[in-house]
Design a protein around this ligand. Sequence first.
Ligand code: MLT
Ligand code: ZN
Length: 427
Amino acid sequence: MAVLRPASTEEVSEAVKICAEHGVAIVPQGGNTNVCGMTLASRDAVILNLSRMNQIIEVDREGGTITVEAGATMQAVQEAATEAGLLFAPDWGARGSAQVGGAVATNGGGLNVIGYGTTREQVMGLEAVLADGRIWNGMRHHIKDNSGYDLKQLLIGSEGTLGIITRLVFRLHPAPSHRISMMAVLTSTDRLMDALALARQTAGDQLVAFELMNGLGVELALERYPDLKRPFETRADWYVLIQLAGGPTVTEAMEQIFSDGFEQEIFSDGVLANSIAQERNLWEIREQLIPIQYFDCPFAKWDVSVPVSRIMEYLHRARDIASDVDPELVCYAVGHVGDGNIHYNIFLQGRSEAEAERIIPELIRRIDDLIAEMGGSITAEHGVGTAYIERVRRLKSGVEYELMLKLRELFDPNGILNPGKLLPRKG
Ligand code: MLT
Ligand code: ZN
């Protein structure tokens, strides 16, 4: 119906009170970079866009915290932290548009979870406007607080269904003085875990990212974006991209990983980035591996989490299911192997809409079941939104789902906050 653009928590509160009085649905919107339909608005809803609330309120160097409004972009918060000699950890390709309020509301993961944890782990305090317009001030700057339930944890990852996050206190980390990345060709997919173990053993907690990239995606990215440079001549099915951050010893540690990787026949080709531009090039290739820009055909998708040691097993078994359903399907995997999270898409190139209507539900059911059997999650870091709503409902236990419904009922009895996202619309 309308887009509201409040400039303060009080204005958010006023807007929510008016909507609550008239039973109008509200869709909170940050940078609109989510990939699960979380900010889609039906015709009977208003969008509440947080982008005017973009102030960096305070950086506390001694305490290692940053206080910001929810509409600040991730990049703005990263830059403010860097200026103070500290590091704001959450990071992913959409950093220039994604807002921290949305990052927290979706508990985004991103490229360096292995090093610093998820967004949830960075939040020390938050403020939110509740469904009746009341403001809850949980802007705490301390780590320890056992004075009751940790309510902020409920708001984190609630996708705007329990409250609208308006301000945040984040923990900051010491900024690493050195950073280095390498990209390498895996001699065989069976060596993926050996590569991860080697990086872990050699670099310890200096290992901040360990990504798996598929060869098809790398070729498509290099073709589409001529500014990207091919890192080395070998074309392969699978690559790993590793980043270390910390003190001056990271260079030596990475050189060790590089040479041991060749000696142990884990890598067959690779490059150690020895300039900022070279490192940026490797990460830009990775950030352009989002497949949706390269395929114009029906697809099914998963944002899979399985135990790290079972990632290759998952990829083999999912591929077998796909071949069984239709041998021509294109399987596309990329993601954060270091924390057990793979973005997995299956594209139905050359298949008609009618064929897709038959094939996609079967793929989804069989691969969702595989992930459940492996003890994993079908949506690890992207959230539920509208995209996974029915699939999540099918897989969650009755007890867990009932508790989720009861929590929503408690926070938002009239179901006006982001209805039809994460949980089915009420009524
Ligand atoms: C990524 O890791 O590239 C992001 O989660 C984005 C995506 O999968 O679309
Ligand atoms: Zn991701």
